[in-house]
Design a protein around this ligand. Structure first.
Ligand SMILES: Nc1ncnc2c1ncn2[C@@H]1O[C@H](COP(=O)(O)OP(=O)(O)OP(=O)(O)O)[C@@H](O)[C@H]1O
Ligand SMILES: [Mg+2]
Length: 496
């Protein structure tokens, strides 16, 4: 359904102290299209949709809806004009039912002025079924899974007849099956004539579902084209302003001595976990949701301790009952939910970067030179886009917050670095830099346990791959043996 123009933004500018987040950005949206918005971390994507949805006011520029000029002094006014946003941090009322969330607490009433629950549930059920969703509208929101909450947000947009549906990195918290489903719902929403704005760092998703793509770089619009007429390489060079020759720079490091060994580790979720990891090696761990791959990382870090077996570090048995034990043994852990598990948002970039170091070294006195040097080092190394080391992390873009968490764990010089989805939410240019950095760590002799759900990353970066299934290791492959078919069949319980 090639549509008419439903939305137009012209010459939008928006500045924050020290940054021009949007500089003269103009886009239009057509009904029934999926428009992808691409750009490196900090390019201005989220800022643009916050302007579109009344969270921020533009400093300059105008917007139109259906040919009429529009201004959104509040999020509510944008919503009433037909703009629905599914933010990365979903906002919903946890203690209310699915139906009440879809209705946005506008309870339907009957002729007697009483809440017409029956109709509320029936209408919610109807809109959910338009997306082929089988969610009980009576269910309390907080008992829904992340994927369900997101589906409910999309249903809500349909219910309120949104003209524009904006999704900011919708797949970053979903597993592969859930991503498949999302693609399917979006097709349905698109068919109904809604214009969809889709933000994602995953190019394969964009090539799969988007019709057009706009590219931002440092707040400026640097590209606008039909997806059919472009290639991943072209998009990447537009985004980063240079070409990337090799997405996955993997070096073959000479592997050294065994650094860590897990001997028959187990707890109520995991069984008979045995592996060893050598200095300079990247051990990739893969598993489907619920296979125990995430728990494996937590177990080694003492966050979900083992009740059977033991761990050796550099040939010595260590006891790891909690994360402090793990840190002392030289094991660090970078979680995937970096925003909630990894950062103090009100504190500065610098403070976040140095905090684990002080904890680990048990240093009480603040060393300002040290703080300054190490934060400057990581800001440059990881290309963290921030006006200064003293900026509160809360005002950084999503991807740049992720980089701050990576920096803080890399700062403590661990022997074994466990990382869960190390490049989630990180743009393609910085991804490559993170891979390069992992390579440098390996050269220094650090061992990396990389728990990832991204197959290309797993296969390209791992020296060895362990595949988890139902709490056990169901496959171990060398770098040469590992391929997608073997890994996936081990992950679904196949015997190889
Ligand atoms: N509330 C704020 N206060 C100060 N600076 C901000 C604020 N929000 C965004 N910025 C800055 O504006 C720039 C653009 O950020 P934005 O969040 O739009 O990036 P993004 O393209 O969404 O990146 P990412 O892919 O990392 O999510 C960044 O430099 C960011 O630090
Ligand atoms: Mg963002």
């Amino acid at each position: 359904m090639e549509g008419r123009i439903v939305f137009k933004a012209s010459n939008i500018c928006k500045s924050f102290p020290g940054v021009k987040a949007l500089n003269d950005v103009s886009f239009e949206l057509k009904s029934g299209e999926i428009f992808a918005l691409l750009g490196e971390n900090g390019a201005g994507k989220s800022t643009f949709i916050k302007v579109m949805s009344g969270i921020y006011q533009p400093d300059e520029g105008v917007m139109e809806i259906d040919g009429k000029s529009a201004a959104f002094p509040t999020p509510r006014s944008a919503f009433d004009a037909g703009i629905s946003v599914v933010h990365q941090e979903l906002n919903y009322i946890a203690v209310l039912s699915v139906a009440e969330n879809i209705m946005m607490s506008n309870h339907l009433v009957n002729k007697l002025g009483m809440v017409d629950w029956k109709r509320m549930y029936a209408e919610s059920k109807e809109v959910l079924s338009r997306l082929n969703l089988d969610i009980d509208p009576h269910k309390i929101m907080q008992s829904c899974s992340t994927a369900e909450k997101q589906q409910i947000e999309i249903a809500k947009a349909l219910y309120w007849k949104a003209k524009i549906l904006i999704l900011d990195e919708p797949t970053s918290a979903l597993n592969n099956a859930e991503i498949e489903n999302l693609m399917h719902y979006l097709e349905i929403v698109k068919e109904s004539g809604v214009a969809i704005v889709y933000i994602s760092h995953k190019l394969e998703e964009i090539f799969r579902i988007a019709d057009r793509v706009g590219v931002l770089r440092d707040g400026q619009q640097v590209g606008l084209m039909n997806v059919k007429n472009t290639t991943p390489d072209k998009l990447i060079s537009l985004m980063v302003g240079r070409t990337i020759r090799d997405m996955y720079p993997k070096e073959n490091n000479a592997r050294g001595d065994v650094i860590m060994k897990a001997n028959n580790l187990g707890n109520r979720v995991l069984r008979n976990i045995n592996f060893e990891i050598r200095s300079g090696e990247i051990l990739g761990i893969y598993g489907l949701l619920g296979s125990g791959h995430i728990e494996l990382g937590k177990m080694i870090f003492g966050d979900m301790p083992y009740s059977e077996g033991y761990i050796e570090v550099e040939g010595k048995r260590v006891r790891i009952r909690n994360p402090s034990d793990a840190l002392r043994a030289g094991i660090a852990y970078v979680p995937s939910e970096r925003k909630t598990e990894g950062l103090v948002l009100i504190e500065s970039v610098q403070q976040n970067i140095v905090t684990v170091y002080y904890e680990k070294e048990k240093k009480k006195l603040v060393n300002t030179t040290y703080n300054k040097n190490s934060s400057t080092h990581w800001i440059q190394k990881l290309r963290i886009k921030t006006p200064s080391p003293y900026t509160p992390t809360a005002s950084l873009s999503g991807g740049n917050q992720q980089k701050v968490v990576l920096a803080k764990w890399m700062e403590v010089n661990p022997k074994v670095l466990i990382m869960v989805d190390p490049t989630r939410g990180i743009d393609v240019g910085s991804k490559t830099e993170i891979y390069q950095l992992l390579g440098e760590f390996c050269k220094q002799g650090i061992s990396i346990i990389m728990i990832t759900s991204e197959m290309p990353e797993l296969l390209a970066m791992s020296d060895r791959v362990l595949v988890m299934y139902q709490g056990r290791v169901n496959g171990e492959f060398s770098r040469d043996e590992a391929d997608q078919i073997k890994v996936v069949s081990a992950a679904i319980g196949g015997n190889i």
